[in-house]
Design a protein around this ligand. Structure first.
Ligand code: CA
Length: 234
C-alpha cells in the first residue's frame, strides 16, 4: 500500500481513494499539475482514518476497493460529515449503481474509463461551489446571488421558477465554457444519465432562458451542436 502526498497552492486537499496504481498515479499527477493538493490512499479504512483526522475539500472515491465496498465508505463519510462532496469513480456503469451512489449522497458519478479533463471540470465545479466567494456569479449585466437564490438582469430581478434558476446558475458557473447535456441533466434534473425525455425539456428551458436574457449586456446562450450549450458575453 502506498501513500502519496502532494501539496498545491493552499487549496483544500482532495482525498483520492483508489486501489489501482495506474489510475491513482495518473490522477495524482494530473490533479497536482492542476494545482490541487492530493492525499492518495488505497484502502477504505485508511481513507476513513484520514477523513476523520482532517476534512478534505472533496473526495474522489473508487467503488471497488480491496477492504470495503465503496458504498459503505460513502455512507461512513456521509455520517461523519455530509458537507464534503464525494465524487464516485467506478467501472460499474449500471444505472442501479449510479442511482445508488447519487441517492447515498455522492454529488457526482463518473464511469471508468473517463476523460481526465471531464473529471477536472467536475472537481473544479464542486470545489468552487463550496466556496462562499462563488455565491455571487456575474456575466455582463447578469448577476446571480446564490445565497438568496436571486437573479438580476441590468439590476432588475428576474422571477425565475426554481428549475430555470438552477439551469441558469449551472450555465453561469461554467460561463464561457461548454456545458454538456449530460451535465445539465445531472446538475439540474439530478438525473444520473442523459435521457431522451430530458432532451426535450432541456430544449424548452433553453428557449425560455433565451427569451429572458434580452437587453443590454445580457449574455448569450449559444448552442454548440452535438456538444451542449455555452453562456457567454455578447
Ligand atoms: Ca478499484
Amino acid at each position: 500500500m502506498q501513500v502519496k502526498l502532494a501539496y498545491g497552492r493552499g487549496m483544500k486537499e482532495i482525498l483520492l481513494v483508489e486501489d489501482d496504481n495506474n489510475v491513482g498515479e495518473s490522477l495524482v499527477e494530473g490533479l497536482t499539475q492542476a494545482g490541487y493538493a492530493v492525499n492518495w490512499l488505497t484502502t477504505g479504512q485508511k481513507a476513513l482514518n484520514a477523513f476523520r483526522k482532517k476534512r478534505p475539500g472533496l473526495v474522489v472515491l473508487d467503488l471497488g476497493l480491496p477492504d470495503m465496498d465503496g458504498f459503505q465508505i460513502l455512507e461512513a463519510f456521509q455520517q461523519e460529515d455530509a458537507q464534503v462532496p464525494v465524487l464516485i469513480l467506478s467501472a460499474r456503469s449500471e444505472v442501479e449503481s449510479r442511482v445508488q451512489g447519487l441517492e447515498n449522497g455522492a454529488v457526482d458519478y463518473l464511469v471508468k474509463p473517463f476523460a481526465f479533463p471531464e473529471l477536472l471540470a467536475r472537481i473544479r465545479l464542486r470545489l468552487r461551489g463550496a466556496l462562499p466567494a462563488e455565491a455571487d456569479l456575474t456575466l455582463g449585466s447578469l448577476h446571480a446571488d446564490c445565497i438568496r437564490r436571486e437573479v438580476r438582469l441590468q439590476g432588475e430581478l428576474l422571477d425565475l421558477p426554481p428549475r430555470e434558476y438552477d439551469f441558469l446558475v449551472c450555465l453561469l458557473r461554467s460561463k464561457g465554457q461548454a456545458v454538456s447535456r449530460e451535465q445539465i441533466a445531472r446538475d439540474v434534473w439530478k438525473s444520473p444519465q442523459r435521457m431522451s425525455s430530458l432532451d426535450n425539456l432541456i430544449d424548452v428551458y433553453v428557449s425560455r432562458l433565451r427569451e429572458r436574457l434580452q437587453g443590454e449586456g445580457a449574455p448569450m446562450l449559444r448552442t454548440l451542436r452535438g456538444v451542449g450549450y455555452r453562456l457567454e458575453e455578447k
